[in-house]
Design a protein around this ligand. Structure first.
Ligand SMILES: Nc1ncnc2c1ncn2[C@@H]1O[C@H](COP(=O)(O)OP(=O)(O)OP(=O)(O)O)[C@@H](O)[C@H]1O
Ligand SMILES: [Mg+2]
Length: 262
């Protein structure tokens, strides 16, 4: 493996664009930050990714282990939604619906496999240059059928009320994370406080169609554990009405955000 260029960094790790010498292809390699200490999270992230096989979830190429703490994934040649909000500000509704549809499909696949993501937010969702949406960063994800530690870990502004109270993540708390992602894309900024109260979408975006406000309310009031699968049809039904303009997002991003990748 030859590490070529650092393309992302978070609280626990760094992601590099790398060249896989055996496969002869570009890949993304995630390595733990030295300060973060051990590789336990990275090993678990690789194990969980290995249990998933879905076009909207980043695919694992090689697992990490304690001797070689390097998680190798498919390289998503595009941008995180967090980067794109910083570049474009508030998105048109027609950009947001197809992004949320892809994200909900990926998260629904995780829920079907018995895995909760627990850290859904724009910087953990990516879109590649062909418009494919990918869920990334399973660093604090967990199987719902295994005992869980580190309950309060996550990103407070995107955490559901019960998670802020210390409960373990559920499919419903992931749906909350998708809802606050919807808020962030439409408002052009992340929610201000970690209060467990959903910020008012209409105050941030008075032009938001009522059906999209309903979708947001659905995400932030879904406490019945049905998970992201129940969102997919809802979102897809809105696309013909309000448009799905991924091409517009991709063109604008090539023009304005291309330099993020160089
Ligand atoms: N497979 C990938 N291909 C391309 N870029 C990626 C890939 N995975 C992650 N990235 C980029 O690297 C950034 C950091 O990755 P990731 O979220 O996995 O790290 P992290 O340390 O767990 O982050 P944090 O703890 O802040 O959420 C992402 O926001 C994204 O921009
Ligand atoms: Mg991240």
């Amino acid at each position: 493996m030859v590490l070529l260029r650092r393309i992302g960094a978070g609280a626990t790790g760094e992601v590099w664009r790398a060249w896989h010498l055996v496969l002869r292809r570009a890949v993304a390699a995630k390595l733990p930050l030295l300060a973060a200490g051990d590789a336990t999270r990275l090993v678990r992230e690789g194990r969980l990714l290995g249990q998933l096989d879905h076009p909207n979830v980043v695919r694992r190429v090689e697992a990490a282990d304690a001797e070689e703490p390097l998680l190798v994934m498919e390289l998503v040649d595009g941008w995180s939604l967090g980067e794109l909000v910083r570049v474009h500000g508030a998105f048109p509704v027609a950009w947001v619906l197809p992004l949320l549809s892809g994200a909900a499909r990926g998260v629904a696949a995780m829920h079907r496999a018995g895995i909760v993501h627990q850290d859904l937010k724009p910087s953990n969702l990516m879109v590649d240059r062909c418009g494919r949406v990918k869920v990334v960063d399973l660093g604090i994800s967990a199987r719902t059928d295994e005992p869980r530690g580190e309950r309060s870990v996550g990103t407070p502004s995107f955490m559901s009320p019960e998670r802020l109270d210390g409960a373990a993540g559920t499919p419903s708390s992931d749906v909350w994370g998708l809802g606050l992602t919807l808020f962030t894309l439409l408002a052009g900024r992340i929610p201000l406080e970690a209060s467990g109260v959903a910020p008012c979408l209409l105050a941030a975006r008075p032009d938001c169609p009522p059906q999209v406000v309903d979708l947001y309310q659905r995400c932030t009031t879904d406490r019945d554990g049905r998970g992201a699968g129940s969102l997919v049809e809802w979102i897809d039904a809105l696309v013909p009405r309000f448009g799905g303009d991924l091409a517009g997002l991709l063109c604008a991003s090539e023009a304005k955000a291309g330099n993020l990748w160089g």
